[in-house]
Design a protein around this ligand. Structure first.
Ligand SMILES: Nc1nc2c(c(=O)[nH]1)N[C@H]1C(S)=C(S)[C@@H](COP(=O)(O)O)O[C@H]1N2
Ligand SMILES: [Mo]
Length: 161
């Protein structure tokens, strides 16, 4: 290793760590779909999401004040993108929270996989990278514990059956 190599490594390594930690190097998948999807596995990248239609929902939640504005992609569009063919998705979070959600929810309501709240990217520290958001304030029926449980935060994977 030359002196220049060494110098470059010393300078670059910490910079890469910072970038990785802030998610600025997020070229890996943000969401993994398994089960009844194309080829049994579809990994959705940020670029995939950027190529889809984005939606906004302003809604109250059980864990925030007021009505934050969430921005993300419709769950039904993500499922269609992955060729999902099933009745239920098992949503899995970073913290090992797992719950079954009927796919009919995503046809009946404009549920989004939100990546931003009030214009700020959700991080794993704050319910990110993805938080499933229901348009709770637009449909009285959604203000119910059965639906609250489906607002999975830190979402990382969906298994379709
Ligand atoms: N990742 C993750 N998402 C989650 C949970 C959890 O523990 N982890 N709890 C769920 C439950 S049981 C409810 S009622 C809602 C609201 O959570 P809270 O009111 O207990 O904070 O978030 C849901 N999403
Ligand atoms: Mo809950």
């Amino acid at each position: 290793m030359t002196v220049t190599d060494r110098l470059l490594r010393c300078l670059l390594a910490p910079a890469m760590l910072v970038l990785a930690a802030t998610g600025a190097m997020a070229d890996g998948p943000v969401l993994r779909l398994t089960g009844a999807v194309n080829g049994g596995l579809v990994e959705i990248t940020r670029a995939d999401l950027d190529g889809m239609m984005w939606h906004e929902i302003a809604t109250s939640t059980t864990v925030t004040d007021g009505q934050p504005l969430f921005r993300g992609v419709l769950m039904r569009d993500i499922l269609a993108h992955a060729g999902a063919d099933g009745e239920v998705v098992t949503a899995q979070a970073l913290n090992d929270y797992v719950i079954d959600i009927p796919i009919s929810d995503f046809q009946d309501f404009d549920v989004i996989a939100a990546l931003y709240m009030d214009g700020v990217a959700l991080t794993p520290r704050d319910k990110g990278p993805i938080w499933i958001i229901y348009p709770r304030d637009d449909h009285g029926v959604l203000a119910d514990i059965r639906y609250d449980m489906r607002w999975v935060w830190q979402l990382v994977a969906l298994h379709v059956q």
